[in-house]
Design a protein around this ligand. Structure first.
Ligand SMILES: [Zn+2]
Length: 156
């Protein structure tokens, strides 16, 4: 199976402004049980990736390279279990013009999830998306993934 995870609110939480997202590599904590669970999935032979909206980039709150270093740091703390991380840095009302786009990759649209299927060479029937928001669920449905809410997936 392909297990694809949302990031903010699902794998990690920002320390400063959780509603906005992580603004620096140090501005994050991995949520409880995530590293162990991803290791276990990998040990069972599953493929693991992530798909995340990073709208803070579009508003100039964090640079794209700093955001990327934050994701690298997250993956380091998850023992490198994420094989692929898809990012949408766009927003339809972005302050920075180069990120102002009504794109297909911003969830609830399915673009990032479809990119993941292409990267992993997996059919949607063998893919699960795990997230914490209704927009994650909508993206999963639009891409043909199964969907599980994070609090349920990581319970017990
Ligand atoms: Zn996008």
């Amino acid at each position: 199976m392909l297990y694809l995870f949302d990031i903010d609110g699902t794998l990690r939480q920002a320390l400063l402004f959780p509603g906005i997202g992580s603004l620096a590599p140090w501005d994050q904590r991995v949520l409880p049980g995530r590293a162990d669970r991803l290791q276990a999935l990998k040990a069972d032979g599953h493929r693991i990736g992530a798909a995340t909206n990073q709208g803070a980039v579009a508003f100039g709150l964090v640079s794209e390279s700093r955001m990327q270093r934050g994701l690298d740091e997250l993956n380091r703390r998850l023992d490198g279990t994420l094989e692929w991380i898809g990012v949408c840095p766009h927003h339809p009302r972005a302050l920075l013009p180069r990120y102002r786009r009504d794109c297909d990759c911003r969830k609830p649209r399915p673009g990032l999830l479809l990119q993941a299927l292409a990267y992993f060479g997996a059919p949607a029937a063998e893919a699960v998306f795990i997230g914490d928001r209704r927009t994650d669920q909508q993206a999963a449905q639009a891409a043909g993934f199964q969907f599980v809410f994070a609090d349920r997936f990581f319970a017990a």
